[in-house]
Ligand binder design. Structure first.
Ligand SMILES: C[S@@+](CC[C@H](N)C(=O)[O-])C[C@H]1O[C@@H](n2cnc3c(N)ncnc32)[C@H](O)[C@@H]1O
Length: 320
């Protein structure tokens, strides 16, 4: 996946005034904070350098993850065409750019962010990308209620892990309250990220939400540790991204876990592909999470006819 050209150009423009050495140092420090899931009362992005490092090395990856989850939602709910969006913990507006890419009719967005520095960089980006009408609010959702009209699409991307575990439940309650249709929560695709998604999933189902992706059911998750449900978004690396991360390959695979729920049910998929398909001549093995709440591997061969063709075309994350 490539960033949309306008966003790519805007990000490159923002980064043009910074040196590679500065970017690499800030990116390494930021990655360390994220890896440790540090919650020390400080925001991870507290300087311009942090924000620029995020634009260079994290925004492309979180964009890929968010966009992939939106693709699954669009497939599950072809009727869903959001006009309004609410993005909480918006950072530079990543989820909004992914939403506009998926649903071009999106007209209005409210972006809530605790870091004034991040918001400022988000505003600069927005000025170059010509997005929908945006309202920004500096709000710490740990301290203040989210007070706004319900949005068609509500997103919380890579934020839950930064929120104190004790207040995640009331924050999710608030998000569900301001969801007119679809709420999506995305976390890093680690076992810990998946556990946070599972807890959110249980809470939202109890609140009456319909699961629309990735699970093809609302039963308890059939996966058991050390296994965990996660997906991968592949994003092309710019030259600067490659150099800042000292990486050799021209792409990055971003692992993510997510849950998308809605106030309206979606037509149920038979199954979701939950690992990379293993393909051999005339055969494909898929790891599936199924409509009946079970999960496991299934072999498809040419004898399965049309089903084999569909299985061969499927990818990690698609529904079957
Ligand atoms: C990892 S960034 C994700 C940014 C963006 N959603 C993305 O996916 O690229 C997490 C964001 O959540 C924001 N955040 C963390 N805690 C918050 C809080 N209590 N209230 C509002 N925003 C918060 C941070 O400032 C940061 O911008």
């Amino acid at each position: 996946m490539e960033l949309p050209p306008q966003l790519r150009r805007a990000v490159d423009h923002m980064l043009s005034g910074t040196t590679l050495a500065e970017l690499a140092t800030a990116a390494a420090a930021l990655s360390q904070r994220y890896r440790e899931e540090r919650r020390d009362g400080k925001l991870h992005i507290s300087s311009d350098k942090d924000a620029l490092a995020y634009l260079a090395v994290r925004l492309p990856a979180t964009f890929a993850a968010i966009r992939a989850s939106f693709a699954a939602i669009a497939a599950a709910r072809p009727d869903f065409a959001p006009k309004t969006a609410l993005d909480v913990g918006s950072g530079p507006g990543t989820a909004l750019w992914a939403a506009v890419d998926c649903w071009p009719d999106l007209a209005e967005a409210l972006l809530i962010e605790a870091s004034p520095i991040f918001r400022a960089w988000g505003e600069r980006l927005a000025a170059e990308v010509y997005p929908p009408q945006i309202t920004w609010r500096i709000v710490d959702i740990a301290e203040e209620n989210i007070d706004c009209a319900p949005g068609d699409l509500v997103t919380l991307a890579y934020v839950l892990n930064e929120i104190d575990p004790d207040i995640r439940r009331p924050v999710l309650q608030q998000l569900w309250r301001v969801t007119a249709d679809v709420l999506v929560i995305i976390e890093p695709g680690t076992p810990a990220g998946w556990q946070r998604i599972l807890t959110a999933r249980r809470q939202l189902i109890e609140s009456g939400a319909h699961v629309i992706a990735p699970c093809p059911h609302a039963y308890a998750c059939p996966l058991q540790p050390p296994d965990w449900c996660h997906f991968v978004g592949r994003v092309a690396r710019s030259r600067l991204h490659r150099l800042a991360k000292d990486a050799t390959v021209p792409w990055e695979d971003e692992k993510f876990s997510y849950i998308a729920v809605s106030r309206k049910p979606a037509a149920a998929a038979a199954a979701r592909v939950i690992a990379r398909p293993r393909k051999a001549s005339g055969r494909v093995t898929l790891k599936l999470c199924r409509h009946d709440g079970s999960a496991g591997e299934q072999l498809f061969s040419r004898r399965d006819g049309a089903l084999f063709k569909r299985a061969s075309r499927s990818h990690w994350g698609s529904s079957l």
